[in-house]
Design a protein around this ligand. Sequence first.
Ligand SMILES: Cc1ncc(COP(=O)(O)O)c(C=O)c1O
Length: 395
Amino acid sequence: MVSEKMYGLGTRKSTIRTIFEFGRKRAAEIGEENVYDFSIGNPNVPAPAIVNQTIIDTIKEMDSCALHGYTVAPGDPEVRETIAKSINRRFGTDYAGKNLFMTSGAAAALTICFKALAEDWDEFLTFAPYFPEYKCFVESVGSELKVVPANTDDFQIRFDMLEEMLTPHIKAVIINTPNNPSGVVYSEETIKKLAEVLYAKEKEYGHPIFLISDEPYRELVYGGIEVPYVPKYYKNTLVCYSWSKSLSLPGERIGYIVVPDEIEGFEQVYGAIAGAARVLTHVNASSLFQRVVAKCVDVPSDIAAYEENGNLLYNGLIEAGFTCQKPQGAFYLFPKALEDDDYAFCERAKKYDLLLVPGTDFGCPGYFRAAYCIKKSTIEASLPAFRKLAEEYRK
Ligand SMILES: Cc1ncc(COP(=O)(O)O)c(C=O)c1O
C-alpha cells in the first residue's frame, strides 16, 4: 500500500533520536539537572544578537512581496554575489554568484549533489566515522554508500583502504571536516594526499571523481587550528555548507553548494544540480534567510562556550581514564568505549544517567559520541558519573 522503504525510514527512529527521547522521559522523572544528555548535536549557543536584529530589520525594510516571494531557484543573484565575495576574501578564491546554489541547509545540499551526480551503478565513498544520514541520502537516489574503515590512531584517513576501495564505480568521495562525530579536522597533509590519490585514480580510470566537502562545522574550530579550503587542493570539489551550526540557525534551513569554475563539466554539473533540486521540490531556499545570511555573512561564530565545554569534558574524561582525541572542531568528542561492545557500554552508562551514542551508528564500533553543545553545568555535574562508570570497568 505504501513504500516499505519510506515507511521504514519514517518510523524507525535513529539511535540518537531514541536516546534523546529517553532523556526527555528520564528528565521528567528525576529532573533535568540529573540527566547528562550528550546525545544530540543541536547548538546550545544562541544565534548572535545581530542575526536576530537583521531578521527584524529585513522584515521592516524590504517590500513584503519581494521578501517573501519566490526567488530564482539557485537563489537571489545579489545574495549569491555577496556570499561569493565573502568566500573570496577568506580563501583567496575567485567565485561569482554563478558558482553558488542556495539550499535548505547542508542536508539538502548533499542530497542534491548525490542526485545530480548519480548515474546507474554509481557508488559514493566516505570515511568512518561518518554522519549516519549520508547512507539515507545516498540510498534515496538509488546509489550505495561504501565506507572506508576508521583510522582510529588519529581519525585522519586510512589511505591503504581508500586506494583499495576507490573502484571505477565511485562517483564521488564525501568528506566532513571538522568531523561529526570525531571532532577532528583533516590536516593539510591529509587533504593533499587525498587529492593526490583522487587525481591518480581519475587518470587511471579516465573519468572525473568528485569530492563532496560537507562543511557545516567549518567555523567551529579551536586552538587556532586551520581548516584547509578543499577546492584549493582538488579541482573537482563541490562544497556543501550551512549556517545551521556556525550561526546557530538549524531550524531555519539555509546553506549552499559551491560549484567552482574549475570543476570538470561546470555547465553540466551546475545544470544537474538545478535539475536535482527541481525534482527534490527545492523551489528555492528560504527567501528571508537568504537575505539574512547575506547580510550576516561575515559575522563570526560564537565558539567560546563550545571551546570551554570541549576542554572541560576532554580533561574530565582523560582524568577518569578514557582515551580520546583532543577537541579540534565541531562540538563532539569520540572517546573509546570501555568495552568492545559500544552498545553495551552506552547501556551501562545509562545507569548513571549518562546518555551517549554508540560509535557503531557512525560506522566505528568500540567508540561513543558525546555532543558537548550543552550547558557547562551539565558537563561539570556529569564528570563524577563518568568517573563512577570508569571505576565499574576497573573492578
Ligand atoms: C556532518 C553533518 N552534515 C550535514 C548535516 C546537516 O546539516 P543541516 O542542518 O545544515 O542540514 C549535519 C547536521 O548535524 C552534520 O552533522
